[in-house]
Design a protein around this ligand. Structure first.
Ligand code: DAH
Length: 330
C-alpha cells in the first residue's frame, strides 16, 4: 500500500499514471488479486478484510485522481507556454490602420457639438416625401425642389437628399428645447469632380422658447465651430435662400490654401463656402405643431470639410477604396 502511494506521488506524467492505474485497478491488477484471495479466507475474518480492502481501494482511487488532475493541469500549462505569443516582439510589418478622412472629420464635428451639449439624432435613408420636402416648407411642385436631384421610389418614398428631415422627425418626437445634430449619408443624382451620388451631411437644429434664440446665437456657435475645425480663419455670412430657414445665410471661410489671396481652389475669390444656415422658418414649426418657439438650423457636407482639412483635390477619391489614399492618414 505505502509503496503504491509513493509510486503515484512520484509519477511525472499522465502516461505513468495510467500504467499505475492499470497495475492497481486492472483486471490482473493487485486489487483484483487481493479480492480473489478473499475466497480462501475463513468466513469470520472475510468481512473485516473485505472492508479493509474496499477502504484501500477508495483511498488509492482518490489519490490517483488527485494526482491525475495535477498532472493534467501541468501538461496544459506546458502546452500553453509552448504556444505563447510574445506580443513585445519587434515586427517589421507596420500595418496599422487609419481612420478614413470622412470618419475623422465627422468625429471632430461630433466632438465639438457634444461639448456644446447637442444630442446626436439619426433617421432613415429611405425617406418619405413629407419629411424630406413637405414639412421643410417645400410643397409639391415648388421650384426649390429642383435644387436637389432626387432618387425617387414608388409610393412617395425617396432616398433622402439631405439630413434636414431628421429635424422634422426629432421635433415630432420631442418637446422643445432641442439641441441636436444629425450626421448621415444623403443621395443625389449627381456625379463629377465635386459631386458623388452618395455623400454625408451633418444637420444641426436648436429650438427654444420664442425670443430666446437669435441670429447672433447662430453666428456665435458656427464661428466658434469653424475655428475649432479650421483654426485661424476669417468667416463671413452671406444672405442666401433655403426654404426651411428665414432669414438664411451661407457661411464662407477665408481660403485655407491661399490665405485669402485668391487661388484655383477658391476660384480667385479668397473665400470657400462651407455651410448653409438660418433661423427656422415659421412654416416648419407649423408643420410639426410647435408654437411660441424660435430656433436656428444649419447643414454642412462632411466630405467638403474633409477635403479642405486634408487638402484632398478630388471628391471621388474618398470613395474609390484605394488603400494608397488611406495610408497617407496613418
Ligand atoms: N439641407 C441643406 C442642403 O442639403 C443644407 C442646409 C442649409 C440645412 C440650411 C439647414 C439650413 O438646416 O438651415 O443643401
Amino acid at each position: 500500500m505505502e509503496e503504491w502511494l509513493k509510486k503515484i506521488e512520484e509519477a511525472i506524467n499522465l502516461e505513468e499514471i495510467e500504467k499505475i492505474r492499470v497495475a492497481i485497478f486492472g483486471k490482473k491488477g493487485i486489487l483484483a488479486k487481493e479480492f480473489a484471495k478473499l475466497r480462501e479466507l475463513p468466513n469470520d475474518v472475510k468481512p473485516k478484510v473485505a472492508k479493509e480492502l474496499n477502504e484501500l481501494k477508495d483511498k488509492l482511487n482518490k489519490v490517483l485522481a488527485k494526482k491525475r488532475e495535477e498532472l493534467e493541469k501541468k501538461e496544459l500549462e506546458n502546452e500553453l507556454k509552448k504556444d505563447a505569443i510574445d506580443v513585445s516582439l519587434y515586427s517589421p510589418f507596420n500595418n496599422k490602420g487609419a481612420l478614413h478622412p470622412v470618419q475623422y472629420t465627422l468625429d471632430r464635428i461630433i466632438e465639438y457639438f457634444i461639448s456644446m451639449n447637442f444630442s446626436i439624432e439619426t433617421g432613415p435613408l429611405v425617406e418619405e416625401d413629407f419629411y424630406n420636402f413637405e414639412a421643410l416648407n417645400l410643397p409639391k411642385y415648388h421650384p426649390a425642389r429642383d435644387m436637389q436631384d432626387t432618387f425617387y421610389f414608388k409610393d412617395e418614398k425617396l432616398l433622402r437628399t439631405h439630413t434636414s428631415p431628421v429635424q422634422i422627425r426629432t421635433m415630432l418626437k420631442q418637446e422643445p428645447p432641442i439641441r441636436m445634430i444629425s450626421p448621415g449619408a444623403v443621395f443625389r443624382r449627381d456625379f463629377d469632380l465635386t459631386h458623388t451620388p452618395m455623400f454625408h451631411q451633418v444637420e444641426g437644429l436648436l429650438v427654444d422658447k420664442k425670443g430666446k434664440v437669435s441670429f447672433a446665437n447662430l453666428k456665435f456657435i458656427l464661428s466658434d465651430f469653424l475655428h475649432f475645425m479650421f483654426g485661424d480663419v476669417d468667416i463671413r455670412y452671406r444672405p442666401s435662400f433655403f426654404p426651411f430657414t428665414e432669414p438664411s445665410a451661407e457661411v464662407d471661410i477665408s481660403c485655407i490654401f491661399c490665405k485669402g489671396k485668391g487661388c484655383r481652389v477658391c476660384s480667385q475669390t479668397g473665400w470657400l463656402e462651407v455651410l448653409g444656415c438660418g433661423m427656422v422658418d415659421p412654416n416648419v414649426f407649423k408643420a410639426v405643431g410647435y408654437e411660441n418657439v424660435s430656433g436656428y438650423a444649419f447643414g454642412l457636407g462632411i466630405e467638403r470639410f474633409a477635403m479642405l482639412i486634408h487638402k484632398i483635390p478630388d471628391l471621388r477619391s474618398l470613395f474609390e477604396g484605394d488603400l494608397r489614399l488611406l495610408e497617407q492618414f496613418r
